[in-house]
Structures are given as C-alpha cells and as structure tokens.
Design a protein around this ligand. Structure first.
Ligand SMILES: [Zn+2]
Length: 124
C-alpha cells in the first residue's frame, strides 16, 4: 500500500492551471532553498567570494536576498504589497503566511494575486 505524505497546503499556489510548469518547478526549488545562489554553493564546501548583482552596494548573494531583501526585491514587493493592500514580507515563510495564506484560489482576485507572486519571483 502506498503511503501518502501529509498534504502540503501551499502546493496549490504553485501547481495549478494558471502557473506555467517551469515557473512552478522554480518556485518549488526556491521553497526548498535549492537554487544555486552563492550561499548554497558555499554550504556544499565550495569556496567562493559572494557578491550580489542586484544592489548598488553589493551584499552576500542568498536566496532571500535575491528574491526579497535586495534592492530590486524590496522595490518590487513594496509596490505589489501597496497595490494589492497586502502585508509586506521579506522571506519565503512570511510570503506564505502573509500573502498566499490569505488568498482564496477559487476567485479571480486569488488567482491574479497568486500569479503575480509567482511571476514576480520568477522574474527577479
Ligand atoms: Zn543585492
């Protein structure tokens, strides 16, 4: 008999009809911190100097920095948070808690805001 794992309540935000599959895979990897940013490469024992390319004053390139906390991410997430009257968030767990956790995917607003979050993460 096949054992089913616990349901993943947030997976429905990525694996659905209005998020392209390649973006869903990217988001899945981002959630599990499996994107090859400098800090993840360093954690595998490879020595390298880390320097992001998203800020005028370069910082260490981590996934949270790249997607949320760098200059580009900060500007983009501030814009959408204000435009959609949603809380601001600065890392993946707070994105789920503050934004996606409050969205109802059965209406158009929910689908649009989910697509905005996914496409924003993909394009940063
Ligand atoms: Zn940066």
């Amino acid at each position: 008999m096949r054992h089913k794992g616990n349901p993943c309540h947030w997976a429905k935000f990525f694996w659905n009809a209005f998020i392209p599959t390649r973006i869903a895979f990217f988001l899945w990897n981002a959630v599990f911190n499996a994107i090859s940013v400098d800090t993840n490469i360093q954690q595998r024992g490879i020595s390298l100097a880390s320097k992001c390319t998203c800020c005028s004053n370069p910082n260490t390139e981590s996934l949270d920095h790249l997607l949320f906390q760098g200059e580009v991410g900060t500007i983009i997430w501030h814009f959408f948070s204000k435009a959609l009257n949603l809380s601001t968030y600065w890392d993946m767990p707070s994105l789920f808690a503050n934004w996606l956790g409050k969205i109802n995917l059965s209406n158009q607003f929910g689908m649009v805001t989910t697509a905005i979050a996914a496409l924003t993460l993909w394009n940063i």
